[in-house]
Design a protein around this ligand. Structure first.
Ligand code: FAD
Length: 397
C-alpha cells in the first residue's frame, strides 16, 4: 500500500471509485472492536492509521496534509461507503472542527505540526468552548489568558465543561478571554494546548446512559506558547464561526447513511414482531422514511455549500436540526413498539438486541443540546435563511 494511489482515486469515475473503496473496506475491515476501553481505543487508532496510510482519510482535506481532496460527487460516495461498512469513525472532534479551522486560518508551521497526526488518529483533540456560565451565549466566557510577554506564553486560568472526549484527548482547543469581560466576542482568542500540560485537571461527568463521554476541564495557571494561538489575539470569534459551522455540518452525510441503516434495522425488527400490519405503525414508518431521505438531501446540500463557499453556512443548521430530531424520534418509535421489553438494559440476557434501542433513546436526549441547542439552530435559520430580526440575546454577526 502506498499513498501514491490517492491522486488517482480522486480522478476516478464514480462507479470505479465506489468499487475500489468498497473492496478496500472489505479487505482491511478491522472486525468487531474489543470491549475493554483501552484496547478499543488502540483498535480505533489502528484503523484510522490504516485508512490514512492507504490514502483513504480526509475526503475533503488538501492532499498536502494527507487528505484526498475529492470532488463533491466522490465525497458523497465516500461517506456512504464508510457508513455502510460499519468501521470505526474519527476519534475526538479534531477532524471535523479544529481541523478545517486550522486549514483555513493556521500558519504553515501550525498546519505542518498538527494536521497529519490529527488525520492519522495519532493525536485526539477535544473542544474546550462551553463553560458553566457560557453555553449558548459563548461570548460571555470567562476563562482568561494573560500574556507573559517575556516568556512568550499565555497563562490560562478558568473552567470548561461538557468537554467531549477530554479523558481520551491529547490536545484541546480552547476559547479564552484575552480582552476585558465587556469586550464579549471582540476579546476572545483561540488557543491550542496539550491537555496533559501542568495545571490542567480533567474530571469526568457521568451522563444519562451511565457512561462518561464528557468532562469538566480546569485550568490553573496553564502556560501556552503564543505560537499555539490560531488567528489574531482577540480575533478568535471569526474562527469560532468556522469551527461551529463545521461542527454542525460534521458527519452529516455519514449520519444520514448511518440512520438509513438504523431505520432498516428497526423495520426488520418490527416485521419480525408482526407489527407492520398495523396502519398506525405503517404511518410512523412512512414518516421516518421521508425524514431519512430528507436527511440525505440536506447533507448533500451542506457538503456542496462547503465546497463552493468554504463555509458550511446556515444549511449546516438545517442538517443538524433534522438529524438530531430524527435520532431522538426513531428511538422513541422503537421503545413505543417494544413496550416493557424495550426497557431491559444492555448486558441483560432478556434485553432486545442487547438494549440498543433503550441505550440510543437515552443517549440521544442530549443530541438537541450539543453543538448548539435546537433553539439556537432555529434562531440561526430564522435570521440567516428567513431574514427575521436579530435575536438581541445573541452576539451580532
Ligand atoms: C452531548 C453533549 C456534548 C457536548 N460536547 C461539548 C464539547 O465537546 N465542547 C464544548 O465546549 N461544549 C460541549 N457541549 C456543550 C454544548 O455546546 C452546550 O450545552 C450548549 O451550547 C448549550 O449551552 P448550555 O448547556 O450552557 O445551556 P444554556 O445556553 O444555558 O441554555 C439553556 C436553555 O435555554 C435555551 N436558550 C439559551 N439562549 C437562547 C436564545 N437566545 N434563544 C432561545 N433559547 C435559548 C437553550 O436552547 C436551552 O434550552 C456538549 C453538550 C452536550 C449535551
Amino acid at each position: 500500500m502506498t499513498r501514491e494511489i490517492t491522486p488517482v482515486l480522486a480522478e476516478l469515475p464514480a462507479t470505479e471509485f465506489r468499487t475500489r473503496l468498497r473492496a478496500f473496506l472489505v479487505e482491511h475491515h478491522p472486525g468487531r472492536g474489543p470491549k475493554e476501553p483501552g484496547a478499543r481505543l488502540a483498535w480505533q487508532k489502528a484503523w484510522l492509521a490504516t485508512l490514512f496510510d492507504a490514502g483513504f482519510a480526509g475526503p475533503g482535506w488538501p492532499r498536502e496534509f494527507g487528505g484526498m481532496d475529492l470532488p463533491f460527487g466522490l465525497q458523497v460516495i465516500y461517506h456512504e461507503e464508510i457508513a455502510a461498512a460499519r468501521v470505526p469513525g474519527p476519534l475526538g472532534s479534531g477532524l471535523n472542527i479544529v481541523g478545517p479551522t486550522l486549514i483555513r486560518y493556521g500558519t504553515p508551521e501550525q498546519k505542518q505540526r498538527w494536521l497529519r497526526p490529527m488525520l492519522r488518529g495519532e493525536q485526539i483533540w477535544a473542544q474546550g468552548f462551553s463553560e458553566p456560565g457560557a453555553g449558548s451565549d459563548l461570548p460571555s466566557l470567562r476563562t482568561s489568558a494573560r500574556l507573559d510577554e517575556a516568556a512568550g506564553e499565555y497563562v490560562v486560568s478558568g473552567q470548561k465543561v461538557w468537554t467531549t472526549h477530554a479523558t481520551q484527548a491529547d490536545m484541546i482547543y480552547v476559547l479564552v478571554r484575552t480582552g476585558t469581560l465587556e469586550s464579549r466576542q471582540r476579546g476572545i482568542s483561540y488557543l491550542l494546548t496539550d491537555i496533559h500540560a501542568p495545571g490542567i485537571t480533567v474530571r469526568p461527568l457521568r451522563d444519562l446512559t451511565g457512561g462518561a463521554s464528557f468532562a469538566e476541564v480546569f485550568f490553573d495557571e496553564v502556560r501556552v506558547p503564543v505560537d499555539q494561538r490560531i488567528g489574531e489575539e482577540n480575533g478568535g470569534w471569526r474562527l469560532v464561526r468556522t469551527s461551529l459551522g463545521h461542527e454542525r455540518a460534521a458527519l452529516a452525510l455519514n449520519q444520514a447513511a448511518f440512520y438509513r441503516r438504523v431505520l432498516d434495522d428497526l423495520t426488520r425488527l418490527a416485521r419480525s414482531l408482526g407489527l407492520l400490519a398495523d396502519p398506525l405503525v405503517q404511518d410512523r414508518f412512512t414518516l421516518l422514511e421521508i425524514r431519512v431521505r430528507l436527511m440525505r438531501y440536506n447533507a448533500i446540500r451542506t457538503v456542496d455549500t462547503i465546497m463552493t463557499t468554504g463555509e458550511p453556512g446556515a444549511a449546516a443548521s438545517v442538517s443538524r436540526l433534522i438529524i438530531t430530531r430524527f435520532e431522538q424520534e426513531i428511538h422513541e418509535v422503537a421503545l413505543d413498539l417494544l413496550g416493557p421489553a424495550g426497557l431491559v438494559e444492555r448486558g441483560d440476557p432478556e434485553a432486545v438486541e442487547n438494549g440498543r434501542w433503550l441505550y440510543g433513546f437515552l443517549r440521544t436526549r442530549a443530541s438537541t443540546i450539543g453543538a448548539g441547542t435546537a433553539e439556537i439552530q432555529r434562531n440561526t435559520l430564522a435570521e440567516q435563511v428567513l431574514g427575521l430580526p436579530h435575536d438581541v440575546g445573541m452576539p451580532a454577526r
